[in-house]
Ligand binder design. Structure first.
Ligand code: ATP
Length: 502
């Protein structure tokens, strides 16, 4: 698995998906740039989300709010006072960690131990009953029981902001610095994750601003603007895609945890009292969206939160099986009326909806779906990268991206560089380029060009050969099956559309 992750990172660079930011200056920690293929893939993921939200739902509209907001926004939202992570340093290695992540990683190891026991037993017994085994095997029970207790205690301590107890937990579990093995820890303290910046020219008249740590608040402060001008009736949603910034304590795992990243968030406004029903609905809708991409249903699981943020009355994550295990990909939160009420209080403006059916005014409740675009990118990239054994002693590297997301939909390849084949291939490109991103490639032998497109994730290769001049047909090769078929040039456009459409 570690190897897989390393492969993903080097493949992302080699094929123009992701580069370290300002790499010639040795990069900037936890900041990345998207290359020529990465930018396309990212754009396609955005489009897939945006369309499913704002086109498939008549009652969801999209906005694009500014990154910089009035500073009171972050006072009202609670970010100034409470957007903290618990921080701990190792006294020997001088390395800094998130205390809760240290404990969660420890708990994850217990889960892995339990799963190992289950796997061992599965191999031993023919008629293996997993549920029964889980409920009766003492070792599995101990691992799972300990894990549950540890996570519950962590959740309690974090909710009560009892940081001494988090420290005590780390000591009791004898958690070591993952890099050096040292168990010599400092106290746990709070660290605010917001990046500050200044508005205005001179130092004394400047106003302290923040780079937004989430896109949601841009939606809340525009709630009435959108509701009134769009004549929206509850229930309705507002979607947004945009940058967010967090001064993460430990930035590791590539684009999983970045300091500058993008979120795709949707706030759905509902009648008070109906929020938990909508919460369940959105959990299901969002999981189905993920499944529709075909990355493998076994790669998703829900994690229902025991520890709830100050604004939530229910919360769950959709976790994805990344190369380093199951981790949060998307959050679905029932945020109550916390945000709108807080903005009412701090701004002195009413943020209410007159419900013509109930004939009353109220502050709506909110269900939020919040997914990290870069995390989604990593999920897509890492689960698509395959090393395939072709059976004849050869292997190939293939990036089996969902065709709808692939940066290039088809490569147009003249078999050789003469006899009028390049000209015909170019004509085909000129015809297709109005509808799809296609690429012309004439360099190297055809087999090598196929491999290059496989590794870049291009779903279709279209080869122009001598016969094409006669029969006005081309050979279409499919990335995943490597099957080839002859298709009239006049039908190529429809075929690409069928293979790569939403
Ligand atoms: P985590 O527990 O991993 O720090 P979170 O619970 O703080 O995440 P939310 O505040 O719920 O995350 O943000 C919603 C989504 O935004 C997350 O599910 C994740 O996909 C994405 N996200 C959050 N922080 C980052 C980050 N530093 N880099 C990339 N994506 C992020």
């Amino acid at each position: 698995q570690e190897d897989l992750f390393k492969n993903v990172i080097s493949h992302a660079k080699e094929y123009g998906y992701i580069f370290a930011s300002s790499e010639i200056y040795d990069g900037l920690s936890a900041v990345y740039d998207y290359g020529q293929n990465g930018a396309e893939l990212k754009k396609n993921i955005k489009e897939y989300w945006w369309r499913s939200m704002t086109q498939l739902h008549q009652n969801i509209v999209g906005i694009d709010a500014a990154i910089l907001m009035h500073p009171t926004t972050w006072k009202a939202s609670g970010h100034v006072d409470a957007f903290n992570d618990p921080l701990i340093d190792n006294k020997d290695s001088k390395k800094r960690y998130r205390a809760d992540v240290l404990v969660e990683d420890y708990a994850e190891k217990l889960l892995q131990k339990a799963e190992k026991e289950i796997e061992k037993a599965r191999k031993r017994f023919d008629d293996f009953d997993e549920e029964m085994f889980k409920n009766t095997n003492p070792r599995v029970q101990r691992y799972l029981g300990d894990r549950k207790e540890i996570l519950e205690r962590l959740a309690r301590s974090l909710t009560n902001e009892d940081l001494a107890d988090v420290k005590a937990l780390i000591e009791e579990l004898e958690i070591a610095d993952p890099e050096t093995g040292s168990k010599n820890w400092t106290e746990v303290r709070q660290f605010n994750l917001m990046f500050g910046t200044k508005l205005g020219a001179s130092a004394d008249s400047a106003t302290q601003l923040y780079l937004r740590p989430e896109t949601a608040q841009g939606i809340f402060v525009n709630f009435l603007n959108v509701q009134k001008t769009g004549r929206m009736k509850i229930p309705f949603g507002i979607a947004q895609i945009g940058k967010a910034f967090r001064n993460e304590i430990v930035a590791r795992q590539f684009i999983f945890r970045m300091r500058e990243f993008e979120q795709m968030e949707m706030q759905f406004f509902v009648r008070p009292g109906e929020e938990l029903e909508w919460y369940e609905k959105w959990k299901e809708t969002r999981l189905n969206w993920h499944k529709s991409l075909g990355l493998g249903e076994e790669n998703y699981r829900f994690h229902d939160h025991e520890k709830l943020a100050h604004y939530a009355n229910a919360a769950a994550d959709i976790e994805f099986n990344f190369p380093f295990g199951f981790k949060e990909l998307e959050g679905i939160h029932s945020r109550t009326d916390f945000d709108l009420k807080a903005h009412e209080e701090f701004s002195g403006k009413k943020l209410r909806f007159y419900d013509p059916e109930l004939k009353e005014n109220y502050v709506p409740y909110v269900i939020e779906t919040s997914i990290g675009l870069d995390r989604m990118f990593l999920a897509v990239l890492s689960s698509s990268l395959k090393e395939e054994d072709l059976g004849d002693g050869n292997t190939r590297t293939v990036l089996k991206l969902p065709a709808v997301l692939a940066p290039t939909k088809a490569a147009i390849l003249p078999l050789i560089k003469r006899d009028g084949l390049p000209e015909l291939a170019q004509q085909i490109v000129d015809d297709l380029k109005w509808d799809f991103r296609v690429q012309y490639d004439e360099k190297d032998a055809i087999g090598r060009r196929y491999r290059r497109q496989d590794a870049a994730g291009t779903p279709l290769c279209i080869t122009v050969d001598h016969e094409s001049l006669e029969d006005k047909a081309v050979t279409v090769r499919f990335r995943d099956s490597m099957e080839q078929k002859r298709v009239p040039i006049s039908e190529v456009k429809a075929l690409i559309a069928k293979e790569t459409d939403f």
